[in-house]
Ligand binder design. Structure first.
Ligand code: CTP
Length: 401
């Protein structure tokens, strides 16, 4: 499955280095060509020879040890790789990369790389929880680096908690998944809307909702990973732009409508994750409103239902809506599918713990034409976004053929 795939494994120094040996073995067995770079501390745990034998390739340990005088090793390796995995990723290597430091063979290569970089952290549970480590991980997320979250369990330091390097089998599965999905949306244009909208009342006040934008940003990231030209039209949220995604920031439902319409004709998929306001104040005061005795009333008018409008003008686009409900989820979702002429409605119950607006996880059910219905387990929004796009692209492929 990984025939002709070139994977560069960067091994930094933690007890989990022994699992990185198993990872090289699994990746090679799956047909990948693997090259390994080790930090100095990694060599305290395992000899380079072990990786050399497992990968059947030279192992790189020193930026200044140029094995081939016709190239510069760290640039050459960075250019060679289709995918770079840092496993185990220590707090040190994460910190250095977040700070742009290149002081050894691993970090100089990572800085020179244009291929996707995945980091599989492994460290003590308290180190993983340290604000500096969290900050660095967040920075690297923003830089487009993907993390393979450590699992929970017994740690070599004696603690039980989160910090174990993900199992080599699981990492290999993720790598296989990545390469099979890589080109599924190549040549396609995907528009994703995300976040809340703001409907102004006066220069200092607005109406909005609790949407965090996380699901929409995850959908955009997953579409870009699958090779789509991805336009993310986002309401006001402060989330990092996923790598490979072009973001257009908007404020109101009307702004979002304009931005979506500008790209609609040339798009293949439109994913309407945004929580668009259904109403806006009928008039917007141009000066700050002053309080008065007694109550006050704001008169609202309807905004355009963007999804419905797209549904009415649909040509070949696949239209995907989201529905956040508090009750009768299935019934409302099917009704929206019909009413808005969408191809899929992805519905979730926002009253369920860890499946709402702010959370990092979600549990949804997909509704499609001809009574199609598929429920997904609770999982991270990133993982869910990938699985949703896998499902939809597979179904659309069947539809096309
Ligand atoms: N939507 C939209 N424009 C609007 C309102 C909603 O494009 N003005 C889209 C959302 O982006 C989402 C889908 O419609 O993909 C469903 O949103 P939801 O708010 O659940 O639907 P409503 O039509 O507002 O349904 P209701 O008020 O009946 O719950």
């Amino acid at each position: 499955m990984l025939e002709n795939r070139k994977i560069l494994l960067c091994v930094s120094g933690g007890i989990a280095v022994y699992k990185a040996v198993a990872l090289v073995s699994k990746l090679s067995q799956a047909g990948a060509s693997v090259k390994v770079i080790m930090t100095r501390s990694a060599q305290q745990f395992v000899q380079p020879l072990t990786f050399q034998v497992m990968s059947r390739n030279d192992v790189y340990t020193d930026t200044f040890d140029e094995k081939d005088s016709s190239v510069i090793a760290h640039i050459d390796l960075a250019d060679w790789a289709d995918l770079i995995i840092v496993a185990p990723g220590t707090a040190n290597v994460i910190g250095k990369l977040a700070g742009g430091i290149g002081d050894d063979m691993v970090t100089t290569t990572l800085l020179a790389a244009t291929a996707p970089i995945w980091i599989a952290p492994a460290m003590n549970v308290h180190m993983y929880d340290h604000p500096a480590v969290k900050r660095n991980i967040q920075q690297l997320h923003a830089d487009g680096i993907r993390f393979i979250e450590p699992s929970e369990g017994f740690l070599a330091c004696g603690y039980v908690g989160k910090g174990r390097l993900e199992e080599p089998e699981k990492i290999t599965e993720l790598v296989k998944g990545y390469f099979t999905r890589e080109h599924k949306l190549a040549g396609k244009k995907v528009i994703v809307t995300a976040g809340p909208t703001r409907e102004r009342i006066d220069p200092v006040r607005f109406l909005t909702n609790f949407s965090s934008g996380k699901m929409g940003y995850a959908m955009a990231g997953a579409a870009a990973e699958m090779g789509a030209e991805t336009i993310l039209i986002s309401g006001p949220v402060s989330l990092p732009v996923p790598s490979g995604v072009t973001r257009i920031l908007v404020e109101s439902a009307e702004d979002m409508l304009q931005a979506v319409e500008a790209h609609y004709d040339s798009s293949d998929y439109v994913i309407k994750t945004a929580a668009v306001a259904d109403y806006r104040p009928k008039t917007v005061a141009d000066r700050k409103m002053k309080k008065q005795e007694g109550g006050s009333t704001i008169v609202l008018e309807r905004t355009v239902d963007i999804l419905q409008q797209l549904g009415e003008n649909k040509k070949n686009q696949v239209l995907i809506g989201f529905a956040a409900e508090t009750n009768d989820v299935g019934q409302y979702a099917k009704d929206k599918l019909e009413r808005k002429n969408a191809d899929y409605i992805i519905a979730n119950d926002v009253t369920e713990a860890q499946a709402g607006f702010e959370s990092d996880t979600n549990r949804v059910t997909v509704y499609g034409k001809n009574g199609f219905e598929q429920a997904f387990d609770m999982m991270s929004k990133q993982q869910l976004a990938r699985q949703l796009l896998d499902l939809i692209t597979e179904k659309e492929k069947l539809h096309d053929s």
